[in-house]
Design a protein around this ligand. Structure first.
Ligand code: ADP
Length: 164
């Protein structure tokens, strides 16, 4: 049976840290679904369509990666897609407590699905979507945090916000 994994997240916006985790995970499994979660109560920065479009462009070179979106419970979506593994990235210790709780809850809900953590590369270990949003809001250069396709979307989104 082909090993299929899912890498879920908000990806708002996708950063080099996310892309690194996706690329490394794609080398570990036959197929990887990068899944944009859409059920956050937060007002999103980038639309789901823009997150999917930019991730799809960034993943174009990885033939076993597919980008999609989901709402509702992650384990339900993972199971419906035939994924046996959930991949998450871990940065500093600050990620651990939250990730541990979510992984435990997911295991309780679906004991057959494993959560696998990949450690961030050191050069991405400080990098978070919230930092990118803040830098963009203050008019800073985000080119060392996100790929060009995302940078253009981020610039446009912060311009639209400021015009409101
Ligand atoms: P969520 O809202 O689900 O936490 P994020 O988009 O913030 O969504 O993150 C998705 C996953 O990617 C999480 O497991 C997070 O820890 C991981 N991640 C985010 N940024 C990085 C990074 N710079 N390096 C490695 N992993 C990261």
């Amino acid at each position: 049976m082909a090993q299929r994994a899912i890498y879920p997240g908000s990806f708002d916006p996708p950063t080099f840290g996310h892309l690194d985790i996706a690329e490394r995970a794609s080398g570990l499994f036959d197929e990887l679904i990068v899944a944009v979660g859409t059920n956050s109560d937060k007002q999103p920065f980038l639309s789901v369509a823009h997150r999917i479009e930019s991730l799809t462009e960034c993943m174009a070179g990885l033939k076993n990666v597919q980008v999609s979106s989901f709402d509702g419970l992650l384990v339900d979506f993972a199971e419906a897609q035939g994924c046996q593994v959930i991949v998450r990235g871990l940065r500093a210790v600050s990620d651990f407590e939250y990730e541990f709780r979510v992984a435990m809850a997911n295991r309780r809900l679906r004991p057959g699905i494993e959560t696998l953590f990949l450690m961030s590369r050191d050069e991405h270990s400080f990098l978070a979507s919230s930092v990118v949003r803040e830098v963009a809001r203050l008019g800073g250069d985000t080119s060392s945090f996100v790929p060009p396709v995302v940078e253009a979307m981020v610039r446009e989104a912060s311009r639209a916000r400021q015009a409101r």
